[in-house]
Design a protein around this ligand. Structure first.
Ligand code: DAH
Length: 343
């Protein structure tokens, strides 16, 4: 009789200490202790051999056995399920990473940054001004009083009926803002966007970018302007680049010039880029007109200076041989992704 109890206790111990780890071992465990032909069945069968007064105690032992087997099975199944799902979530740390597509810098930004870098080397710092301007800064202070015919050189987007507020037509407006608020010496560049009421074609747009420069100090000469422009042209377009000044007119400079660089595409042999002239125009420049200095409360007897203005689109088109201005604003990635490297 004791033997039957011992046997049952031994099975209980077995259940408690067994630890099936794989799915297969767990299934064996289930068949052995919980299946239709489980060892517990035989032990239950042995109940008949026991005297009545022992049956209750044995029955309790049997229930404890069954519960222990069920509990163990449930616990281990749960652990296995967890392993299965967490196995799925562990990423393969040795796998190569996903490629994150990165954008490219806009060609105008590449050229603008290069221009800033070149001028920074000779002491120019960047200053900024508003794109919405008043008449004073965009025209009047720049020696273009009301009704001056030169105002028609630039078709303007006016914002108010009285034409006092407008979208700046030139970055020259920032010259005035700086001269009004600072004392010489001043050596600045003003890169920025300008607007003109023009029909959009491959060669003209209603918005584009300029880089203005201003240098005011005692004794600034035309030779300083030429040297500065030559330095820029050679840094931007190559050491063999030559420059040429053609007399011109701008109301805010006197004398004024238009600046050409020798054509770096054909080495001045003649090509469609320079229209077979050997020279390409890149901007306007001149000595700041004394009237402009006076408008900004600077004494023209004490100070002089030069100014220049260049089109960033123009320089970008020359550098990269882009033949349609509209491409810069269309944001077609097939166009933009061709300019991934810095200049
Ligand atoms: N503001 C002129 C334009 O938009 C360009 C220019 C010419 C700027 C001569 C200057 C300059 O500073 O001196 O056409």
């Amino acid at each position: 009789m004791q033997e039957i109890f011992d046997q049952a206790n031994a099975v209980l111990e077995e259940i408690k200490t067994s630890s099936p780890t794989t799915a297969e071992e767990l299934e064996q465990f289930r068949i052995k202790y919980l299946g239709t032909k489980s060892v517990l069945k035989d032990l239950f069968g042995a109940m008949g051999k026991l005297p009545n007064e022992k049956k209750k105690e044995y029955g309790q032992l049997m229930n404890a056995l069954k519960d222990a087997a069920q509990l163990k099975f449930d616990e281990l199944s749960q652990v296995q399920d967890q392993n299965k799902t967490s196995n799925k979530e562990i990423p393969d740390l040795t796998a190569p990473g996903y490629e994150v597509p990165s954008g490219t810098r806009h060609p105008l930004s590449i050229v603008k940054n290069k221009m800033i870098e070149i001028f920074a080397r000779i002491g120019f710092t960047v200053a900024d001004g508003p794109e919405i301007e008043d008449d004073w800064h965009n025209f009047t202070a720049l020696n273009l009083p009301a009704d001056h015919p030169a105002r028609d050189m630039q078709d303007t987007f006016f914002l108010t009926e009285d034409k006092n507020w407008l979208l700046r037509t030139q970055t020259s407006s920032v010259q005035i803002r700086v001269m009004e608020s600072e004392k010489p010496p001043m050596r600045y560049i003003f890169p920025g966007r300008v607007y003109r009421n023009e029909t959009i074609t491959a060669r003209a747009h209603c918005t584009f970018h300029q880089m203005e420069g201003l240098y005011i100090d005692d004794n600034v000469s035309f030779a300083d302007l030429k040297q500065c422009m030559l330095y820029f042209a050679q840094e931007m377009f190559g050491k063999n680049t030559d420059i040429r000044f053609r007399p011109s007119f701008f109301p805010f400079t006197e004398p004024s010039a238009e600046m050409d660089i020798s054509c770096f595409v054909c080495n001045q042999k003649g090509c469609p880029v320079c229209k077979y002239s050997g020279w390409v125009e890149i901007g306007g420049c001149g000595m700041v007109d004394p009237a402009v200095l006076e408008n900004c409360k600077l004494d023209p007897k004490k100070y002089s200076g030069f100014a220049f203005g260049m089109g960033i689109e123009r320089i970008t088109m020359l550098k990269y041989r882009v033949n349609d201005l509209r491409l810069f604003l269309e944001n077609d990635v097939r166009f933009l992704k061709q300019f991934s490297s810095a200049l």
